[in-house]
Design a binder for this molecule. Sequence first.
Ligand code: G3P
Length: 197
Amino acid sequence: MTGATESTPSRIVPRVPLLNAANALTALRLVLVPVFGATVVVSAMTHAGWRMAACLIFAFASATDLVDGWIARRFGLVTSLGKVADPIADKALTGAALVLLSWYDRLPWWVTVAILVRELGITGLRFWVIRHGVIAASRGGKIKTALQILAIAWYLWPMPALLAPVGPWIMGAAVVVTVVTGFDYVAQALRLRRPTP
Ligand SMILES: O=P(O)(O)OC[C@H](O)CO
């Protein structure tokens, strides 16, 4: 395949094309963000059918997060671009969902702001250390994203009254893991920036 490739330090390690299936799925997730946003706006968070549609688009876009990582590892398509773009695509999707939920008074603004501050801060941190190394998503970061996705889906779906009160508990757990993993990344970044003796 022609086009840009991941530079590799050794001839033995095969070059990985940047335009590969895993990165294409990450790009698809980004493309689905405005589609999802438009569906939420059309639904105005009231009509159950549109809310279901918005939730299903969100779930499908979120599922590409699982598949792109699996494809990248299974077929040796891991690239630095993918490591940076994957969390950015996740943040665009979950960020759009959180802002819209708060906009339509379904989620307190402080939750959205707390999560966005962490997500934008860590994205900035990743670029701050990029010359020293890549901070890939940690296991905690993946659990955080899974919790955020579950919580957001819970809020998007027109839940029956019996199940709706579970949503804030899942969102609460997501906020806690979001903040804790944020501090872990800060520690990683400081280690990367520390001058070598
Ligand atoms: O916590 P982050 O910023 O590494 O993001 C984790 C990714 O969303 C997992 O796919």
